[in-house]
Ligand binder design. Structure first.
Ligand code: GDG
Length: 479
């Protein structure tokens, strides 16, 4: 595909996200290609992109500098390059060392460095300029997530004709925490460049509106901010979801069912299997969850001959110091637990530091009698919803943190406070011992919720809300 295929054309819909929805792959013959990355966001946005002649702007990972716009799987992709300094200061630094912990209730300690901030500003500027160059007159631009919070305002300054939406995938913190940020006002003003700012939960939208009133001084009324120039910005919740039907279909595949049996046998046919699936991140509560399970074994409530815990920890942000420390901590804990409670051929914890194809993930979900999702704070948590989607026989128990966004919808899970180890132990044990009637009753209700509110409904709700706003100028309707 020639470069001007993208650059020469302008688009009615522009998606701007830190990452492109593709990963680099090495073909058998040594040439390099692209593969659509697995994930909910791609599934959600792909149909909207196709229906609206859209383009996706983002970083493809790595430090290649000679990337041209290209088509992949019918999607137009415009890659952003990233220098090693930008990766270090914008991505690992300000995005993942400052904003990520701050926005997750300071579960980790955020670091404030002026050089990181400056790099955050300059990278946001580059994304905004790229979007400005690709958007048609009156086009809709949908900016995603915490790495790009300045883009809406920067983009509006260059292109006031655009309709701009922003969606935050992670929690938006309460004023008391956000306050810490030396650049708090700039970030709020960055977001206010959008016409619609979407959050996972109503609480995030409320935190944002309150901060805008307090810190920027704009008049607000429920979910609307009134700017001095007459423009209005709406803040609202759009809880994200998954391709529920797709996950169920995957789970029903004979190949997946075969894999379930193979893994069960390899695990030694325990009566029950506990499962955790997370990026290896300190917000996910992996350490405390494994400790709770180990204590239940130590106290004789669970015997290693009856049950094992499979923990998939997907490698994540390995260049960031806090993530390295976490990995070492968990390595040590797993070793200790297996030393204390394992038997020959039967470790208590099967710990997998790896990522897997979607089919294998589905097999894991199908295997799990008790799915354990216990983050200290999580915007939504798609793993919880994916588990529910694969349980087409209405069985399986979900233990879910109150502090995951998903807890607002999955009320029938065994809800826990991840800071309360005894409470978590009690819930794990209850879920472990629950009879079929109980698990079925709960799972049936959760499945109804997840199938009726899938990711396509999420994208449509956001898009409809964005294009229905009263505004001036010609705006194409995005479906
Ligand atoms: C952020 C917010 C919010 C995981 N391991 C593998 C794999 N995965 C997939 C899961 C799931 C996704 O990654 C993880 O999503 P989560 O929602 O659980 O968590 P974050 O990565 O922290 O996502 C979160 C989300 O954005 C969306 O807005 O819900 O709160 O933190 O889909 O299945 N997929 C494959 N192999 C793996 O090994 N194929």
């Amino acid at each position: 595909v020639t470069p001007d295929k993208v650059d020469g054309v302008s688009y009615d819909l522009v998606i701007v996200a830190n990452r492109l929805p593709v990963d680099r792959v090495e073909n058998a013959d040594g040439t390099r290609g692209w593969r659509t990355s697995p994930g909910g966001l791609v599934t959600a946005i792909e149909p909207v992109m196709r229906a609206n002649h859209g383009v996706w702007i983002g970083w493809p990972g790595g430090t290649e500098t000679d990337l041209e716009p290209f088509e992949h799987d019918g999607m137009s992709l415009a890659p952003m390059t990233m220098t090693p300094e930008e990766i270090e200061e914008f991505y690992e630094g300000f995005s993942n060392g400052t904003l990520w912990p701050l926005y997750h209730d300071v579960v980790g300690k955020p670091e404030y460095h002026r050089e990181w901030w400056e790099r955050y500003v300059s990278v946001n500027e580059r994304f905004a300029e790229k979007a400005a160059g690709l958007a048609a007159k009156g086009a809709t631009v949908w900016v995603h997530d915490y790495q790009l919070q300045l883009v809406p305002e920067m983009l509006r300054r260059i292109r006031p004709d655009l309709r701009i939406g922003f969606y935050l995938h992670i929690p938006f913190p309460p004023a008391e925490l956000f306050q810490q940020l030396p650049w708090r006002r700039q970030l709020l003003e960055g977001l206010l460049g959008a016409d619609l700012v979407g959050f996972q939960l109503p609480g995030g939208a409320q935190n944002f509106v309150r901060l805008v009133r307090q810190r920027v001084g704009h008049r607000t009324q429920s979910g609307t901010v009134f700017l001095p120039d007459g423009r209005e910005v709406r803040a609202a919740a759009f809880p994200i979801s998954i391709d529920a039907k797709g996950f169920e279909e995957l789970a029903r595949k004979p190949a997946v069912e075969k894999r379930v049996e193979a893994i069960r046998t390899a695990l030694g046919n325990p009566k029950k299997i506990f499962l955790g699936v997370d990026r290896l991140d300190y917000t996910k509560g992996i350490y405390a969850r494994l400790r709770a399970f180990a204590e239940l074994m130590g106290e004789g409530h669970i015997d290693v001959e009856d049950a094992v815990f499979v923990q998939v920890a997907v490698p994540s942000r390995e260049q960031v110091e806090q993530y390295r420390i976490l990995r070492d901590d968990i390595d040590r804990l797993v070793g200790r637990i297996n030393g204390d409670h394992g038997r020959i051929g039967r470790p208590a914890i099967h710990y997998l530091h790896n990522s897997y194809p979607r089919e294998e993930m589905a097999a894991f979900y199908r295997l799990a009698d008790v799915m354990v999702v216990t983050p200290y704070r999580d915007g939504m948590n798609l793993v919880a919803k994916e588990y529910v989607a694969t349980r087409y026989e209405d069985d399986g128990a979900l233990v879910l943190s109150e502090f995951a966004g998903a807890a607002d919808e999955l009320r029938q899970a065994w809800l826990v406070n991840p800071y309360d180890i005894n409470g978590m132990k009690a819930a794990l044990l209850e879920a472990y011992r629950a009879d079929d009637r109980e698990t079925t009753r709960r799972m049936r209700a959760m499945r109804r919720q997840v199938t009726q509110h899938d990711v396509v409904a999420w994208a449509e709700a956001f898009m409809t809300s964005l294009t229905d706003l009263d505004g001036d100028g010609p705006h194409s309707t995005i479906v």
